[in-house]
Design a protein around this ligand. Structure first.
Ligand code: GLC
Length: 421
């Protein structure tokens, strides 16, 4: 508080010397605690620097947020100074973002090198990593114990345990219970879930690092067939319209045994109004059969400054503050956001509040990236075709083999001569 007051006085002095205070606008997500935390921390920065910050919310679905940003940026609008951007967008938005290196004073060296590399396009640091995401399997510890089951190691085990618990609980009168909820809507989140299934069966990453379309293969077909069989059996058909928040709603109400979600759901499961407080465990997503691997999609968000901002230096200051260690630590403690600063994974308070951050460190380190680097400016089109094809399979409109054969053709048309422009 004292520091804040001193900074406030300094800002007032600067203002009286003719240094203009400004109003910045930052776009923030609103999934879980995102919006309130972004607002709180941005306002703290505004108070200490004598500026003002307006926080605007954006749609929850990543691809809808991208469409909104593209609309704003295509007009060269200065409406938003700081954008919260998805890890898969640097290639798509590169032309509209400022190089942050002149402002960062090397702070990026304290973040995971892979994330900084992902944020760097053509030698320019287009974003500062803010938090990272990895797909996780949430499970009901109490129900697994009741039925003497271990957390599943493979998708086949997951389906069997989900079925067993669902049937027994329903027979006992718990008629709302389902085995497994996840993200099945036709949107970017489904691309993440489906990538996890496919990679877990060693079926690749849709497009490989060299830009070759790899999606039409027997392992990928098997993975999609496996997931399609969950719908209507252990997974409610309504999952075809679930994003992260819908899945979380069902799980937190106590109506699912297993859930696939990102780390943010952990802190929300521990709140007083959560029906399953203290009953939740987290483990790695299952392997695709005995020869498969644990595959967690790599997600996360970063902060960027718009090329059209009238206050790039101030905006970069806000970005550096929000992505710095102090704010990342608070966000990890309050809302289980995974830090992107390496040293914070040795912080005892963070590990105590979020045991999975320590226990699952190998899962968090061995994530599977979506093919956004290889497909660069075309990533969103690639993902859109992918999630549509998967959605058709899940909804029973198409069989996996046909869906992936035609997806392969569509993707190859996007990259004439095997080259992604
Ligand atoms: C999470 C991830 C992001 C991903 C999105 C999909 O927000 O951090 O990378 O694109 O989920 O729904």
């Amino acid at each position: 508080m004292r520091t804040l007051i001193q900074w406030g006085a300094l800002a007032a002095t600067l203002a009286s010397c003719g240094v203009q205070a400004a109003t910045l606008t930052i776009s923030c997500g609103a999934v879980g605690h995102e919006f309130e935390l972004c607002k709180e921390e941005s306002e703290a920065w505004a108070r200490t620097t004598g500026n003002e910050v307006q926080v605007v919310t954006t749609p929850n679905d990543s691809n809808e947020r991208l469409a909104l940003y593209q609309q704003i940026l295509a007009n060269g609008s200065d409406k938003i100074d700081v954008f919260q951007i998805d890890v898969v967008w640097p290639g798509v938005l590169a032309n509209h973002l400022v190089d942050l290196r002149p402002y960062s004073q090397g702070a990026e060296k304290t973040h995971f090198a892979g994330m900084v590399a992902n944020a760097t396009v053509g030698g320019k640091l287009l974003a500062m990593p803010w938090f990272s995401d990895a797909g996780l399997l949430y499970y009901r510890k109490d129900l697994l114990q009741k039925y003497r089951l271990q957390p599943p190691g493979t998708w086949e085990e997951l389906a069997a345990s989900a079925r067993r618990i669902q049937d027994a609980e329903r027979a006992a009168g718990n008629d709302k219970i389902w085995g497994f909820v996840w993200q099945g809507r036709a949107y970017e989140g489904l691309s993440c879930d489906a990538l996890e299934w496919i990679a877990s069966y060693n079926g690749g990453t849709v497009v490989d690092a060299q830009g070759k379309v790899t999606i039409n293969n027997p392992q990928a077909i098997k993975a999609l067939g496996t997931a399609a069989a969950w719908v209507g059996t252990i997974t409610p058909r309504a999952v075809l319209n679930y994003g992260e928040e819908e899945a979380r709603g069902v799980f937190l109400a106590g109506n699912a045994v297993f859930m696939r979600n990102w780390p943010y759901a952990w802190s929300l499961a521990q709140t007083e109004d959560s029906a399953i407080r203290g009953k939740v465990g987290i483990t790695a997503l299952p392997k695709g059969g005995a020869n498969g691997r644990n595959a967690a999609a790599l997600g996360g968000w970063m902060l960027s400054v718009s090329r059209y901002s009238k206050h790039p230096k101030l905006a970069a200051g806000l970005v550096m503050y929000l992505t710095g260690a102090e704010v990342q630590k608070r966000r990890a403690l309050k809302a289980s956001y995974n830090p992107t600063i390496v040293a914070l994974y040795r912080d005892a308070a963070i590990l105590q509040a979020n045991p999975f951050m320590g226990e699952l460190s190998s899962t968090l380190a061995a994530t599977v990236a979506r093919p956004s680097s290889a497909t660069a400016g075309k990533y969103n089109q690639v993902s859109n075709l992918f999630w549509d094809a998967v959605h058709d399979v899940l909804a029973g409109r198409e069989n996996p083999a046909n869906a992936l054969a035609s997806l392969e053709q569509q993707l190859e048309r996007l990259a004439p001569g095997g080259k992604w422009p």
